[in-house]
Design a protein around this ligand. Sequence first.
Ligand code: NAD
Length: 442
Amino acid sequence: MADKYLSLVNSPVGAAVASRIGLPRPAVLRRFRPGDPLLPGPVLLGATPGEPTPELTGLVAGTGAEVTELDGPDVRYGALIFDARAVATPGDLAGFQAFFTGRLRRLLPSGRVLVLGLPADGGDVVVDASRQALDGIVRSLAKELRRGATANLLLVQDEASLPSALRFFLSGRSAYVDGQSVRLGTGVAAEPADRDRPLAGKTALVTGAARGIGAAIAGVLARDGAHVVVADLPAAGEALAEVANRLRGTTLHLDVASAEAPQRLLAYLAAHTDGLDILIHNAGITRDKLLANMSPEHWAAVMAVNLESQLRIDAALLGSDQLRDQARVVCLSSTTGLAGNRGQTNYGATKAGVIGLVRSSAAAFAAHGNSTINAIAPGFIDTEMTARMPLATREVARRLSSLQQAGLPIDVAEAVGWLSSPGAGGVNGQVLRVCGQNLVGA
Ligand code: NAD
């Protein structure tokens, strides 16, 4: 469902009219394209208190970004990276004002602000309060940025996954991730031999892959080098075969909610693969009704597909010899699971449940050969699921984010690709929102 309003306000006449009468003017986002530079311009580093370290400068340069020391009214930046890991008092936070004021207006369209901090860890109260303040700065700044620029916070408990996180958050792969914080913890995070094909040699399985977000995820995993098994309902067989043909993948007809799904999946893996490296729990349905009008069938169907299937399949995999070491599991949640949504108590229950599942099972996956499990919470993404919404509701929902537009399936897929990569081994039990910082609350 093309966003005609976005095209209109990016035409010369439309832009002038929108600006005169104060309508939102969403920017065309700079998304990843193979061969393009990582960023639209150079990176300037700052820090508080003190100066950026040579180690950080080296890490940023290692992503392929151009690090500059040039400053002045005519210099434009592709990204401003600010190291606030040494913040220990509220006074240290003044360094933000000193660095950003005067430079933010020189951030290029689709530029990046990336802040590095440490998580509040229950130690000294002054330190914890000052560290937590970073969250408020970044979320507020993200709401101030325009022209497709984003701001995000990396909480760097351990540097193992910092290189891959820098590459993801600086690049167009994170175009629709805005105003978020991600904790980088300990884990085995290997830098891939070939950055263009970080998943070479891996076997991935994506549920609900016949269309929409699932098909886009399968596309990114295949582009990044994985052999992809695309799974969906038998009724979606034709569309599924097309996806598989396009990606040189394999089809698996599987109703994830069926009683025999976990055992069928294990049998398939045993017969056709050397084990599974990457599992994406994407299959999901909605059966929206106010709770006052909800039928038991609608409640049960959503629970079975969106949550119970994931619990049962994960348990079966962990109890089998079909899940390889350093495996990656990514589960599709939703901002509805974080903020709630009218008419979606059943769906919201399952999407919040997925977050509980991920947090609770992170340790078990870590114990399984340093594997990880994370959730992605998409906001409003243009797919067949959201195309079914009434026109006016859809148009309003599209604008209710800092980026003033819906995301595309590829935006969710790129985030899944990062969390599935060997470099993201320090990210475990996390929820990453891909929502353009939508304004639904929570
Ligand atoms: P979609 O309806 O376009 O596609 C879902 C796919 O899952 C379909 O191919 C369908 O056949 C398959 N499926 C449904 N039940 C299945 C089952 N029992 N077994 C196997 N496959 C099954 O949906 P989408 O918009 O691409 O959403 C994908 C995921 O992202 C879902 O989990 C959804 O809840 C989540 N999500 C979507 C949005 C959005 O804005 N589109 C927002 C937040 C979260």
